[in-house]
Design a protein around this ligand. Sequence first.
Ligand code: MG
Length: 122
Amino acid sequence: MKVEIGKLKLEKQNMLTLNQAQEQVDNWIKKHGVRYFSELTNMAILTEEVGEVARIMSRKYGEQSSKKSDTCDLEEELADVLFVLICIANQTGVDLTSAFRKNLEKKTKRDKTRHKQNKKLK
Ligand SMILES: [Mg+2]
């Protein structure tokens, strides 16, 4: 069964929960990473990876032109961001499923009419 999410069409059986992703990252760290980098090192890496996403976005969707040396793999860079974000969640004890649910509830309460009333979005 396929599910449409934005521009994606995904096979439902291939979907990964946030808890499963947190477990897979932890297993990878234990098997290949020796240990987690410190929280501050991972924060610096997260910033670096977000910068790589920004570089691609500025070239692909913005006015910035590409250099010959540029790589433009948005999928890879978003996955790099996700990986290190999950590392930070794991090492600081954040359950991303619970945190994400709470975040959506907060946004819904706070913004349920805000965006619909935004004339710039029409
Ligand atoms: Mg990267």
